[in-house]
Design a protein around this ligand. Structure first.
Ligand code: X8Z
Ligand code: ZN
Length: 565
């Protein structure tokens, strides 16, 4: 009964959410609120909670698959307990309105009075931050990218209280605790894992940080700073540092390609592994490309993947333009889509049609992303001219900066600690910005160009803080996991060097991965990773992969002390 009803109501809710994010207007926001309330009333009904608890009391005699379903049903109920319908309804409305504010926001480069004389899209900001060598222009663009903060700050503070109130109803210490519970972990365990990860990567991160400080000071003709000014980096949050290694810059390979080609090429990677082509409905119903400049429609500009009917209706929302970043993001999103397709099979009940955990879901497409930046693959599909040589160390350096090591202090450090304090410690709104920048300084060694007072909310500019709350450690775990999976596939299946390999067309690697994906959440994730790779989750595979870089960086940095403090 639960699985059937849930599937129907979730489909209505997903359809409404899809419309609300792809065509932002009041009517669609209202429809989303209505549909989400319907789903919440079912998932959190007293009947569902009481029955599930009763069944779970007989846990010893329950088959594993039933136990896992009931566990998930109760976690979903905790998101909207029917015992506090007023609070649940307020939370749903606040979520929808705040998301609409963010998704419909116009970034403004030049204001004329209250009106915007010159708007700029997130893609344009990102492109300019990647390319511009003019620091004054960079600072201006960076500041424009933070315009959503003040608009979202009050809403985030209210939503935090509502999310926490909801989570406390079924006994969770905070909304952060409820989200972590999905891993079967306590908050303390999750924070320990994150802190250990940051520590493990610190020596390498410090070398990268020093190398980058020196490199950028030279580029912008400045003194070498202690911390890196945020507007020096080619990413709005300094979560990855692209565009620093000229000898390994692959961006030009994608310029001038039609945007459709970018997504189709990503699909080709998956089909080459023996996975099925994307369903026709994916191409018909997805919203994949950047809007035309004169479009009246507003849409969310952050990439996402959707499992609309928890069955065959899979879609992605993106704003693809032809560059290396969207090439990577397209692989990432299709990783989610292939996961949906693999576990939508009769062996996986509807409520277990999820990743082995959320980090597994985030890891799949990024794993294929590692494979899709290998020179032998790029050459094989004719992207990289045969005579263009790429230096292995420079490639490794670029990968550490824009797709691996640099991301960990942001995800496991700044983001996770900010959300931990926001929810678990009820951080007061008048400290949101102060704390955000303290964490960025401590974990990332990044600082703003000029003081950012509490009139700003720079954390609020990160999509996930608004609409994917208390889950960013998913990505940190996914980054560890993707190197563990990559290490296993290259060494054990392909018998190739992890740094120089080609999975493209390898059906055995594809089958190994598909088998994991088609289990959905029917098995314990710790057991799964142990069974399939022989290891527990750890940073070892990532550190091994980047080991050759450490020696190179120490030499390049002239043996100077690398710590920024
Ligand atoms: O949000 C994403 C994906 C969608 S699940 C594009 N990522 C994180 C981010 O952009 O902050 C991918 C890695 C990090
Ligand atoms: Zn993702």
């Amino acid at each position: 009964m639960y699985n059937e009803t849930d599937q129907r109501l979730a489909t209505v809710s997903s359809e409404a959410n899809w419309r609300a994010l792809t065509d932002v207007n009041d009517q669609h926001t209202g429809e989303r609120i209505g549909a989400d309330r319907g789903l919440a009333a079912f998932r959190g009904s007293r009947y569902v909670i009481e029955k599930s608890k009763n069944f779970l009391n007989a846990r010893q005699s329950l088959p594993e698959l039933d136990f896992r379903q009931l566990d998930n049903i109760l976690l979903a109920a905790a998101e909207s307990p029917g015992t506090i319908p007023e609070i649940v309804n307020r939370r749903i409305e606040a979520e929808a309105r705040l998301a609409a504010l963010m998704d419909g926001f116009t970034f403004c480069l030049e204001k004329r009075g209250e009106k915007c004389a010159k708007a700029i899209t997130p893609n344009e900001i990102d492109e300019a931050l990647l390319k511009s060598k003019n620091l004054a222009e960079r600072q201006k663009l960076w500041e424009v990218s933070k315009q959503t903060g003040p608009a979202l700050k009050k809403g985030l503070a209210e939503l935090r209280d509502l999310r926490n109130r909801v989570a406390s109803e079924l006994g969770y210490s905070s909304y952060f605790h409820l989200q972590v519970a999905d891993y079967g972990m306590s908050v303390a365990e999750m924070m320990q894992l994150m802190d250990r990860t940051v520590e493990d990567l610190k020596p390498l991160y410090e070398q990268l940080h020093l190398w980058t400080r020196r490199r950028l000071a030279e580029r912008y003709k400045q003194q070498i700073p202690k911390r890196i000014p945020a507007h020096w980096i080619g990413n709005r949050w300094a979560q990855e540092w692209p565009g620093l290694v000229e000898a390994a810059d692959l961006d030009d390979l994608f310029r001038g390609k039609p945007p459709e080609w970018i997504v189709q090429q990503a699909e080709r990677f998956y089909t080459s592994l023996g996975m099925p082509p994307l369903p026709k409905s994916f191409w018909e119903k997805s919203d994949l490309y950047q809007l035309a400049p004169d479009s009246k429609r507003k849409k969310n500009t952050h990439a996402s993947a959707w499992h609309i009917d928890i069955d065959k209706d899979v879609r992605s929302l993106m704003s693809v333009i032809p560059n290396f970043r969207w090439f990577g993001t397209s692989h990432h999103e299709l990783g989610h889509i292939y996961y949906y397709m693999a576990y939508s099979n009769p062996r996986v009940p509807v409520v277990l049609r999820e990743g082995a955990n959320r980090a597994f879901h985030e890891a799949v497409g990024d794993l294929i992303g590692i494979a899709a930046r290998q020179p032998s693959y790029l050459r094989g599909v004719g992207l990289l001219p045969a005579d263009r040589k790429l230096d292995a160390t420079q490639l490794l350096l670029a990968e550490a900066l824009d797709a691996a090591v640099v991301f960990l202090p942001f995800s496991a450090g700044t983001m996770t600690h900010f959300e931990y304090e926001l929810y678990e410690k009820k951080l007061p709104p008048e400290q949101f910005n102060k704390r955000w920048w303290e964490l960025a300084a401590r974990y990332q060694g990044i600082e703003p160009a000029s003081p950012r007072g509490e009139q700003f909310c720079d954390a609020c500019t990160k999509t996930h803080i608004i609409d994917d709350a208390a889950q960013y450690y998913d990505y940190a775990m996914a980054f560890l996991l993707k190197f563990q999976l990559h290490n296993h596939i290259t060494r054990k299946i392909l018998k190739q060097d992890p740094h120089d390999c080609n999975y493209y067309g390898n059906k055995e690697a594809g089958k190994w991965l598909w088998d994991i994906l088609s289990l959905g959440a029917t098995t314990d994730w710790r057991q799964l990773i142990r069974d399939r790779t022989g290891e527990d989750l750890s940073s070892k595979a990532m550190l091994d992969y980047f080991q050759p870089l450490m020696d190179y960086l120490k030499k390049e940095n002239g043996g100077q002390p690398a710590a920024w403090e």
